[in-house]
Design a protein around this ligand. Structure first.
Ligand code: GCU
Length: 720
């Protein structure tokens, strides 16, 4: 295991601008916590509040070079006052009483107390925003300072991180007034880590949690990870793979529970709740029963006792994530039960403790005969789950991948969003770059995620966006939000490619506030992590913003997916998945390419959308170019909206994409004296590989389609 690691975007390097440094110096003299007792005993060491205070101390020490005192009352100019709404209300009313009593001698003007009660009231009312906070410049008893105000300690921790972010970006804190409240209730990460230390689809080294079928002994790195996650608002995590193998099945037994508990308490201090992926067949696998039938009383009892055992050790355990009847994993189908039967049984066991079941909808026939054109994998999730709307317990949340297939470079949005008003849902993204360059290629995914979240489902008429369904606003879901497969491993930079850190950072920032732009998020990450140099920030930002579309250009034309090498999924192989059992075909022949998913004479997948989208995708004339081959089989000479033929589009985008990938390298090379040498060299190495590999993609794909179609490139470029 790597014994050292960088601090990601929490580097906290010394503020460079001298004026700013002076300002901060005067502003951060005192941290005020409203607790009785001596300064030393002000906070319980294991509390989230203590994490907030420690983070402020560390950040201020490193960025400003000072050490604020910790006190129970405002004494000096330059205080940072952390308080819950209750505490501040009490303090302010005391203050008013006191001021009335001493009015004549020593008046405290009403406007001196400049906290905006209206906004606080509004924030308090929104039940799900227990994580929200106010951060504002504040005048108290004639002393100037900052007030960090929240409903809960996690809100205070988020406020502290926000303040530190502003300092790291060297922004003025004059007249500050920030009111934040997260868009999503569940802001989650799913690790696909195995206990042997490997990570399924991991591209950043071994697991930071496990090695050789044990937990890692030194958990220091897990704490730093918790800090990184909390700093961008993540509040829930699963630490083990959705494919729960033999050893991992035992995570819910006495053999491992104590250590699961230790990890849970590290995360707890940063407001991150721990969940586990479980094996649906645990009662059998652990040797207790001969069945996992969800309607069998013995099975129900087994899970009730098991869940109690877990809560005895981890009182705030979040719940379980389940991949059932999916890619050979066990599930309720074995017993002719529905997924509602399966999920509800677990939900009953979790209910007494407030736990939830995250039940994945990635259920499809993975033993398909490629000659069978009626079965369409894209249809599967909707066909399985939509008819069950309303049958799930209220502490079950269906976990749905963003698209109907599997995290391809480009897919339409899953039609399940907006089709199950009576069932809690959570959307699953993939941060780990399985199909998007495996953290060897740079692929900043924020633009993709923003498109998905901004997609109009028309479920309740125009303007029913995915992001409002996931936030629970559209249907008033009891539980909902967003989750994603993590891209983190034990590499010293956490994510393999340093630029892939931007995806982890950006994921958290975006699901907290879906109105942030990809550009703003990139800008923040670069300045926090790499450099404040204007030229460099601008250049790297543009590289990131262009990277997904560049990757799409040289890999996946017009919404066709799966042209990758089987199993590991890296590198081009046009027919790699064509004649396989996975339901992943593009049907290219000498005349044309693409999958006919129309209602008219295809698989009928388009019908799963609400009318406006169904019509949009159904008609060749309106189907967007970038999804054309996902929905239609067309000839190579079909003319796109862009005016080009399909075949010419394939040639052009591949040549252009490969050239743009090379330009990314050329651009990076201009940053040599502006980026820390280790990072500069590392990224340069990755960009060299990307540039060469993009050329290979270009050649293979162009040659394949040239040989299939026999149609020449109008520009006569070299195609083998
Ligand atoms: C993809 C991925 C698998 C993963 C699966 C899932 O198929 O390649 O490694 O297990 O998704 O999401 O369950």
């Amino acid at each position: 295991l790597e014994k050292c690691w960088d601090q990601g975007w929490l580097r906290y390097h010394l503020v460079q601008d001298q004026e700013r440094l002076k300002e901060y110096n005067q502003l951060f003299t005192q941290i005020v916590l409203m607790k009785e007792g001596s300064a030393a005993g002000l906070v319980d060491e294991s509390s989230i509040l203590s994490s907030a205070v420690k983070e402020l101390e560390q950040g201020i020490k490193q960025m400003v070079g000072t050490k604020p005192s910790i006190d129970a009352e405002v004494k000096l100019d330059g205080f940072i006052w952390l308080a819950t709404f209750e505490q501040i209300e009490a303090a302010l009313s005391d203050e008013r009483m006191a001021s009335r009593a001493t009015e004549l001698q020593n008046p405290v003007p009403e406007q001196d107390i400049r906290v905006s009660m209206d906004e606080i009231e509004a924030l308090k009312k929104r039940q799900k925003s227990t994580d929200g906070y106010v951060l504002e410049s504040f005048l108290f008893r004639g002393k100037k300072g900052l007030l960090l105000l929240a409903n809960s300690e996690s809100g205070l921790l988020y406020a502290a991180f926000h303040l530190l972010r502003l300092v790291q970006m060297e922004q003025s804190l004059d007249g500050l007034k920030i009111v934040e409240s997260p868009k999503n209730q569940l802001r989650m990460l799913n690790h696909w880590d195995n206990m042997d230390g490997s990570i399924e689809r991991g591209y950043a080294g071994q697991s930071i949690f496990f090695e050789r079928n044990r937990f890692v002994a030194d958990k220091g790195r897990i704490k730093d990870y918790a800090r990184l996650l909390s700093s961008v608002g993540i509040n829930a995590i699963t630490i083990n793979n959705v494919n729960v193998h033999a050893v991992e099945t035992k995570l819910i037994t006495s053999e491992y529970l104590a250590e699961v508990g230790q990890v849970a308490s590290i995360f707890r201090r940063y407001g991150v709740q721990l969940f586990l992926s479980i094996n649906y067949a645990s009662p059998i696998q652990l040797g207790d029963l001969d069945t996992a039938d969800p309607l069998d009383e013995r099975v129900k009892l087994w899970w009730k006792e098991k869940i109690k055992e877990v809560y005895d050790v981890i009182p705030d355990f979040g719940g379980v994530l389940v991949k059932a009847d999916s890619e050979h994993r066990p599930g309720p189908f074995t017993y002719n039960r529905t997924h509602a039967d399966g999920a509800n049984m677990l939900a009953e066991a979790l209910r007494p403790y407030g736990g939830i079941v995250l039940w994945r909808c990635f259920v499809y026939n993975c033993m398909q005969d490629w000659r069978d054109r009626r079965t369409d994998r894209a249809r599967a999730a909707y066909d399985h789950f939509q008819p069950l709307d309303g049958q799930f317990a209220d502490n079950v949340v269906l976990q749905i991948k963003n698209g109907p297939m599997d995290f391809q470079v480009r897919e339409p949005v899953s039609p399940l969003f907006g089709s199950m008003p009576n069932t809690n849902q959570i959307l699953e993204f993939q941060i780990t770059q399985e199909y998007t360059g495996q953290q060897k290629h740079v692929c900043y995914l924020l633009p993709q995620w923003k498109e998905i979240l901004g997609f109009d489902t028309y479920a309740k008429g125009k303007g029913t966006l995915v992001q409002d369904i996931m936030s629970g606003d559209t249907y008033g879901y009891r539980y909902s939000g967003i989750t994603a497969v993590a891209n983190v491993g034990a590499d010293s930079n956490w994510t393999g490619h340093t630029l892939a850190q931007a995806n982890l950072y950006g994921y958290g920032r975006l699901i907290w506030n879906t109105t942030l732009s990809s550009e703003t998020i990139a800008d923040e990450w670069i300045r926090l992590t790499l450099t404040a140099d204007k030229y460099a920030v601008q250049l790297i930002k543009q590289m990131l913003l262009d990277s997904w579309s560049i990757y799409e250009q040289y890999t996946s034309p017009l919404g066709v997916g799966w042209m990758v090498n089987p199993e590991h999924h890296y590198g081009p192989n046009v027919d790699g998945y064509e004649y396989s059992v996975w339901g992943t075909y593009h049907y290219a022949d000498h005349q044309g390419v693409g999958v006919n998913r129309t209602k008219k004479n295809g698989t009928g997948y388009t019908e799963q959308y609400h009318t406006e989208n169904a019509q949009l995708f159904e008609a060749l004339g309106s189907c967007p170019d970038e999804l054309l081959l996902f929905f239609h089989h067309v000839s190579y000479t079909h003319v796109l909206h862009s005016g080009k033929t399909v075949i010419q589009h394939i040639y052009d985008t591949h040549f252009e994409g490969a050239e743009c990938a090379h330009q990314l390298l050329v651009q990076w090379l201009t940053l040599e004296d502006k980026i820390e040498p280790v990072i500069f060299e590392h990224v340069k190495g990755r960009l060299i590989e990307q540039s060469e590999h993009a050329k290979e993609w270009c050649d293979r794909i162009n040659s394949y389609f040239y040989r299939k179609s026999g149609i020449a490139d109008t520009q006569n470029r070299l195609i083998y």
